[in-house]
Design a binder for this molecule. Structure first.
Ligand code: FE2
Length: 305
């Protein structure tokens, strides 16, 4: 038979098989294809609409912005919500809330012990020192955790993705002390928006949505025997704090800023005038398997699997 109804075609697509393949991939692909077939039929998607969508997906892939779209359409937060639910169902103490990684992490940032200066002279904004400890969910210090920090520059752009910045600009790794303490100096970054004139902005314009993220700083915190934590902290007072394009703002991740802190004791971070400080402790869950303690970021984990 070579003439099909839509349902016959769908059945054939989902049952065609000449080898075992991957059962899980088959199951997920079948569901997604089925949902799209039904969406096309129920919404009466025209041929021009379909091919416009294919064109957009092609341009999206070429632009490297798929990770922006997944965040902007809520998928990244959904995955976090599901992991939170799994923790709750398993009776695991939560620790510091996880928050989305975003698509802009780069492995291999310069590493230093206990503290780091993340920015460079001259300061590109209000000088900020963030400090605290890495703790477990019982409140005990976690020795020698690795704190990977990255944030946008004063124009809202990230090094590696911005040709105007040096490699690893505003990206550092800090090996916390035996008492779990860490600190770093940088500046308070601004919020930023999705790139204009891009496949992402094209969709968001069509959806009537804005593409702004509130000011934030990203972290990946890893330690032996502890579950790797991906999170971000938000700077209070941002217009988009509760209207984040990526839906990533969480209670417990908005830092308190203390302005006018004396520079005494902070000279080794090149701080010589009153500055703004944020104290924040990262609380890690104990890992229940070696896999949970792998220090890789999201994409690196699956790429290495
Ligand atoms: Fe970001």
């Amino acid at each position: 038979m070579a003439e099909f109804t839509p349902e016959q075609l769908l059945e054939l697509v989902n049952t065609s098989q000449v080898a075992q393949g991957n059962e899980r991939v088959r199951k997920i692909a079948h569901r997604v294809v089925s949902d799209l077939f039904h969406a096309i039929e129920e919404l009466d998607v025209t041929a021009d609409e379909f091919w416009a969508g294919v064109s957009w997906l092609s341009r999206l892939g070429a632009s490297g912005q798929i990770g922006l779209i997944t965040a902007g359409l809520g998928f990244d937060r959904l995955i976090d919500i599901r992991e939170d639910e799994a923790d709750q169902n398993a009776g695991r103490a939560a620790g510091t809330p996880r928050a989305i990684e975003g698509p802009l992490y780069i492995a291999g940032a310069p590493q230093s012990d206990s503290q780091a200066r993340v920015d460079e002279d001259p300061p590109r904004g209000e000088v900020l020192v963030m400090e605290g400890r890495i703790l477990d969910t019982d409140g005990n210090p976690v020795p020698h955790a690795l704190v990977d920090v990255w944030h946008a520059n004063e124009k809202g752009r990230y090094s590696h993705f911005d040709p105007d910045q040096e490699a690893f600009h505003l990206r550092r790794k800090i090996r916390a002390g035996a008492d779990g303490s860490y600190r770093f100096r940088s500046f308070i970054p601004p919020g930023y928006a999705i790139p204009p004139n891009s496949p992402t902005s094209e969709l968001f314009t069509a959806l009537g949505r804005h593409g702004n993220r509130p000011a934030h700083i990203h972290f990946l915190v890893a330690a032996e025997g502890m579950r790797t934590l991906t999170t971000q902290v938000n700077i209070p007072g941002d217009t988009f704090l509760d209207d984040d394009f990526a839906f990533a703002t969480r209670d417990g991740l908005i830092v308190n800023l203390q302005p006018g802190v004396s520079p005494n004791g902070y000279e080794s971070l090149d701080v010589n005038a009153p500055f703004t400080r944020a104290r924040f402790d990262f609380v890690l869950q104990k890992a229940t398997s070696p896999d949970e303690a792998r220090p890789e970021a999201r994409m690196d984990r699956v790429a290495a699997a």
